[in-house]
Every structure is written in C-alpha cells, then in structure tokens.
Design a protein. Structure first.
Length: 153
C-alpha cells in the first residue's frame, strides 16, 4: 500500500549537483524593481556553481541590477522526474582569470547570437527532497518527482 511517508525523501547536496550536471538547459529567474522575469539558458556546472553565457540584454542587466537570482533545471522520464532550484548570487565574470576558467568549461552558445559575457550563480543555501506522486488511474504505480532546492554556503 502507498503511504504518504514514502512520498518525500531528502536529496543530498551531491545528488543535487549530479542532477544539475546531467542536463544542459535551465531557467534563470531575475527580479528588477519587484518584477520577476525568467529566461531559458544553456549552462554547465563548474565547481558547484552554475555557469552560463549571455549577450547584452535583459539577463545581463537584470543580474547587474539585482544579483539575487534563482536558477532551475529539470528533467523527467516515464516513471520519474526531478527539479533542482539554486537560490543564490549571480555575478558577471570580469577578470582574465575568471574568464579563462569559464572558457575551460567549453560552454558553447546554442544560438547564433554572440554571447560574450559569462555569469556565475553561486548558491546561498541547500535543501533537497524527492516526491513520489501516485497517479489516480494507476494506483499500483508511482510517478517519482525528485525536487531539490539546492542552496549551499
């Protein structure tokens, strides 16, 4: 029998970063003057941070004005899915050393637009959980949704 206590379990910090490392497309959430905005970005995990490239525009300006950002990535299959949210600080990389390190990640833009700026999201706290959702039509099967909110010191 399905029990509610089986529905939620905690994901470790390592599981959160491994899940993030397994995909390349996520969403950046910024907020300027109390107005949130969300942008799809391709990214890589580097040293337990999220690294993405961007052109001049709303993502870059939003991060420059308010460096408190959220980043989310997810994936799913037939029987399970997951979502990892990183709440932290977005910082535009400026020094030669920072840019050299970012370029070693071999993060290539998906679009033809020149993406000359690197942004690194450094997490602030960590929490992770796994949720199992039981579909009504198939009571013996369980769709597992791993939901991880990753925040690190």
């Amino acid at each position: 029998m399905y029990e509610e206590s089986q529905a939620i379990s905690i994901l470790s910090e390592t599981e959160c970063w491994n899940l993030l490392s397994s995909v390349t497309l996520g969403r950046l959430v910024t907020s300027v003057d109390g107005r949130p905005d969300i942008f799809p970005v391709n990214f890589v995990v580097q040293r337990r941070t999220v690294l993405f490239r961007t052109a001049e525009g709303a993502k870059l300006v939003g991060t420059a004005i308010n460096d408190h950002v959220l980043f989310e990535a997810d994936d799913h299959g037939v029987t399970e899915g997951w979502s990892v949210i990183v709440k932290g600080t977005g910082r535009i990389l400026r020094t030669h050393d920072e840019i050299d390190e970012a370029e070693r990640a071999q993060l290539l833009p998906w679009t033809a637009t020149a993406k000359q700026h690197y942004v690194r999201v450094s997490p602030a706290e960590r929490h992770g959980s796994s949720i199992c959702v039981r579909p009504r039509a198939r009571p013996r099967n369980c769709f597992r949704l791993k939901r991880a909110v990753t925040f690190t010191n």
